[in-house]
Design a protein around this ligand. Structure first.
Ligand code: ADP
Length: 420
């Protein structure tokens, strides 16, 4: 692999493809590697490599050790900058993995101060006076309050970070960011001198991300959402080769959506898609009590007309999710659904599915793991933060990994209308 400009450690799979798509948009040749890369892995060359972990809700020790192993791999390849990528809604459990992972990466890279910037204005994630907004409401008042695994009940990023990290977190407020790159650089160095190791940086417009990118040119470590990639575009990096991307871009076979996301946006997308296309709902209680649920879903898929897309989903509203969790336990309900959707993905690709959309971060992680995919080439963005991807190796499919709250209400239809 040639010289590596950017190495990204992403804490879930859809988050990884999200930032991979944006790095591609700003001119990098990008691949995404699933899990900690192998030393003898046969990866194509790239200027930016995104390592997709499934560490968001993992035990904290595992999250830290996998992140450090990824950093190690990057450092052995002379990486210039490392980004720790988490969700633009700062998804973390009550114990929280973002703080401990960031602390470990700070220590290992020797970086003095790292930004905390999950802003992605294009997708409605903005930070003002250190508070994270989703659309026009605070994170704690958004649908993230009711997330099955990572309910977010506060919005002040420094407070969230303080609860998880050993170090102190300061703020570069919007009134500084709007004064430009030099003001941000100065504020970061002032915070560093006063003993802070993290700085939440406000951003309410895409232009703010460009401002923030400039003083970060030489940063060894940054943390944030995918939006920070927008400020890191480099004129000296060869743009992705369109000829190479076009190669093998056509694919035959059935179009399938597998949705385990219960996020508000996915619920809208499922409701919209169901009006026009065949859809099968999986019930976690039925999956738990009667074996063979995945097999029955595969038989159902095979019975549908093969010239149109189909949907299999466990997507539910918060009351439905709570009912399943009360009956089965939070982790068990999630696992039963993830296992079923992963088994369906494996069966369906074996039975000729050509394009597969996985909706949900954890869901996508389970599906990609089950398919045995080790790396992905990044293709066209379908919606901000969701590119089509093509798995390396022998799996002849195109995959879109959609984070719960991403995409417009017609995302599934839009995706199947977008070429690789
Ligand atoms: P998102 O990206 O929207 O957060 P995820 O896939 O990351 O979606 O998380 C959704 C979680 O909810 C998964 O662990 C999934 O297995 C679980 N889940 C899906 N459907 C149900 C359901 N009907 N009841 C309970 N849990 C569910």
């Amino acid at each position: 692999m040639s010289e590596l400009s950017i190495g990204v450690i992403a804490d879930d799979f859809t988050g990884a493809t999200d930032i991979a798509g944006l790095l591609k948009r700003v001119g990098y040749r990008v691949i995404q590697i699933i899990g900690v890369p192998e030393d003898d892995g046969d990866y194509p060359s790239a200027d930016a490599v995104v390592v997709a972990l499934k560490s968001r809700t993992a035990p904290v020790g595992d999250a830290v050790s996998e992140s450090l192993a990824a950093l190690d791999w990057f450092e052995r390849r002379g990486v210039r900058q490392v980004i720790f990528k988490y969700c633009s809604t700062f998804d973390s459990t009550a114990d929280g993995n973002i703080g401990p992972v960031a602390d470990a990466l700070l220590e290992k890279t020797g970086e003095e101060i790292a930004i905390i910037c999950p802003a992605f204005p294009e997708n409605g994630r903005t930070i003002y006076n250190g508070h994270l907004f989703v659309g026009d409401v605070l994170l704690e008042n958004s649908s993230m309050r009711d997330h099955p695994l990572t309910p977010m009940r506060r919005s002040d990023l420094a407070g969230l970070m303080q609860a998880q990290s050993r170090h102190s977190t300061g703020l570069v407020p919007f009134r500084v960011v709007e004064r430009g790159a030099e003001a941000v650089r100065q504020a970061l160095s002032d915070l560093q001198r006063s003993g802070h190791r993290y700085a939440v940086v406000d951003a309410i417009r895409d232009a703010d991300l460009l401002t923030i990118g400039s003083p970060l040119r030489d940063a060894r470590l940054m943390t944030g959402g995918s939006g920070i990639a927008l400020g890191l575009g480099r004129g000296d990096v060869a743009a992705a080769d369109p000829a190479r991307s076009a190669e093998g871009s056509s694919i035959s076979g059935r179009d399938l959506v597998l949705s385990g996301s219960c996020s508000e946006r996915t619920r809208e997308q499922v409701a919209h898609f169901r009006k026009s296309y065949p859809a099968l709902q999986l019930d976690p209680l039925a999956l738990a009590s009667e074996p063979g649920g995945a097999q029955r879903a595969l038989e159902w898929i095979a019975d549908q007309p093969s010239d149109g897309p189909v949907l299999v989903y466990s997507t539910e509203d918060p009351a439905g999710v709570r009912a399943a969790q009360d009956a089965l336990g939070v982790a068990a309900a999630g696992k039963i659904v993830e296992d079923a959707l992963a088994a369906i993905a494996v069966g369906a690709t074996g039975a000729g599915v050509g394009r597969l959309i996985a909706a949900g971060g954890e869901t996508s992680g389970a599906i990609v793991k089950a398919l045995g995919v080790t790396w992905l080439e990044i293709g066209t963005e379908i919606a901000p933060g969701v590119p089509w991807t093509r798995p390396g190796g022998e799996t002849p499919i195109h995959l879109a990994l959609k984070s719960g709250n991403f995409g417009g209400p017609r995302f599934f239809e839009d995706a199947f209308a977008t070429p690789f």
